[in-house]
Write a protein that binds this ligand. Structure first.
Ligand SMILES: Cc1cc2nc3c(=O)[nH]c(=O)nc-3n(C[C@H](O)[C@H](O)[C@H](O)COP(=O)(O)OP(=O)(O)OC[C@H]3O[C@@H](n4cnc5c(N)ncnc54)[C@H](O)[C@@H]3O)c2cc1C
Length: 425
């Protein structure tokens, strides 16, 4: 990450960042405290545009891509600089929609596996906020078994022709580029026949359908790829070597919830209401409004939320430090991912319980309490997006603790011969 050993010390970098932020960065607007799932398409596009502007502001100020090598437009500094910057920027507005998955996992995948030309072409526009990326991994046939992708890429001269469908892609309808995992070989076991491609989302053959979630949000998409032509120059990593890329890709995805060197601030926690204070302030306010401040059960629940927020941030730093020093396997990021998911579910349940009956049936004037009911119904999403908590538990037992791998009947079978319900190619 760091370009040279002669880098600015973290303290003076933090002081410089503090002064620059005070002079340049806006405070989060009140609307950022609103539930983004209420947004119309126009409002969502406005949030995306604001996110791009904030990213450009960081770039112009010399604070974009703190850990990205300067050769690709970054600052060439260290994780310690990024973490110091995260502390300084905590009370300011910062890019959310365009940061994830653009800066993690897409950017580190390109940094690790991209050619010089791919890095020079694609990383600087990301840092300037000009291109937003997304990840095309999950398929209608299943998302946990990523290596069982059915979307196919067939070689045709200097191009690849992609056919298939990807699903649950957050923000695909406004994104510019996607990283796509596709099958390039059906005659070898599933992990050995995959390749990764960069996909220009504005090209012919990509049809994007929006999916409405239970809370009304339409940020999820399903993409249908029909004879999508991708030049060989946009393949990332080796032909049939996509699983090597994919393993690192998913590892970087798990750092989204911990301490990624490439993410500014804590956009996921901010969105889940787990930022500084851990969502305690709104709960306290609600308890005050409902006359529950002296209620022993309410005190117990609010205390639990506060404890979870303290544990969450301490755990994140502890795991990140363990990985950095080599004390923990890199896959230990799955521990943070597991905790963020399970604590988000508990937080939503507590907020629901405190809101009382109005979270089940509410009048117009109680819409805020009604939202706690919707959040309660949506709570499991935090345990699914970014890989499920069940899969995190598997990663922790197998790759962190070294326990035996779960049995798989399809590991050594040519993928073409693996029984499946989807149509055989
Ligand atoms: C908020 C959100 C954002 C998302 N964004 C994206 C995105 O941008 N791009 C993208 O590609 N996908 C995205 N997804 C999809 C997500 O990655 C998948 O939903 C997830 O990987 C699970 O896949 P699935 O839904 O197909 O469930 P399945 O894989 O069908 O699994 C069903 C259930 O079985 C469990 N299970 C499966 N296999 C095992 C196993 N081996 N051991 C134990 N339990 C197992 C799972 O944990 C789950 O509970 C997003 C999902 C959410 C909720």
């Amino acid at each position: 990450m760091s370009d040279t050993t002669d880098v600015e010390d973290v303290e003076s970098f933090a002081a410089r960042a503090r002064a620059w932020l005070a002079a340049n960065m806006p405070r989060p607007p009140d609307e950022s405290r609103r539930d983004p799932s209420d947004d119309s398409d126009e409002e969502e596009l406005r949030r995306v545009a604001r996110s791009r502007r904030l990213q450009r502001l960081l770039y112009d100020g010399g604070f974009a891509g703190i850990c990205v090598p300067s050769a690709y437009g970054g600052q060439g500094l260290t994780l310690a600089h990024q973490l110091a910057f995260n502390e300084e920027i905590a009370d300011y507005d910062y890019p959310t929609e365009t940061q994830l998955p653009t800066f993690t996992p897409c950017l580190p995948v390109i940094l690790e596996f991209g050619t010089e030309d791919q890095k020079n072409t694609h990383i600087p526009p990301m840092l300037r906020g000009e291109t937003a990326w997304m990840q095309l991994l999950s398929e209608p046939s299943g998302g946990s078994d990523v290596a069982a992708a059915l979307t196919t890429a067939a070689r045709d001269g200097d191009e690849w022709v992609l056919n298939g469908s990807k699903i649950w892609t957050t923000g695909a309808w406004w994104a510019d580029w996607g990283l796509c995992l596709a099958r390039t070989n059906w005659d070898v076991p599933k992990h050995r026949g995959l390749s990764v491609f960069m996909l220009d989302m504005h090209q012919p053959g990509i049809e994007i359908h929006r999916i409405e979630m239970l809370n009304g949000s339409r940020e999820f998409c399903q993409e249908f790829l029909t004879d999508v032509r991708v030049p060989e120059s946009l393949r990332v990593g080796a032909v049939d070597g996509g699983w090597t890329v994919g393993v690192r890709w998913m590892l970087h995805e798990r750092t989204v919830l911990g301490q990624s060197p490439y993410v500014t601030g804590e956009p996921v926690r901010r969105r889940l209401g787990q930022g500084p204070g851990g969502g305690v302030a709104p709960l306290l306010q609600r308890a005050r409004d409902l006359g529950l401040l002296t209620d022993p059960k309410a005190s117990e629940l609010i205390g639990e939320v506060f404890a979870m927020s303290v544990v969450g941030s301490t755990l994140g730093s502890h795991i990140a430090e363990g990985i950095r020093t080599g004390r923990l396997a890199e896959d230990a990021g799955a521990i943070t991912r597991l905790y963020v998911g399970t604590s988000a579910v508990r937080n939503a349940s507590i907020a629901f319980e405190l809101a009382g009956l109005s979270a089940i049936a509410w009048s117009d004037s109680e819409a805020e309490l009604g939202k706690r009911g919707i959040d309660y119904l949506m709570r499991q999403a935090a345990c699914i997006g970014g890989g499920t908590t069940e899969m995190s538990r598997n990663v922790i037992s197998e790759r962190v603790l070294g326990m035996p791998r779960e049995r798989a009947f399809d590991r050594d079978v040519p993928f073409r011969d693996v029984p499946r319900s989807a149509p055989q190619r």
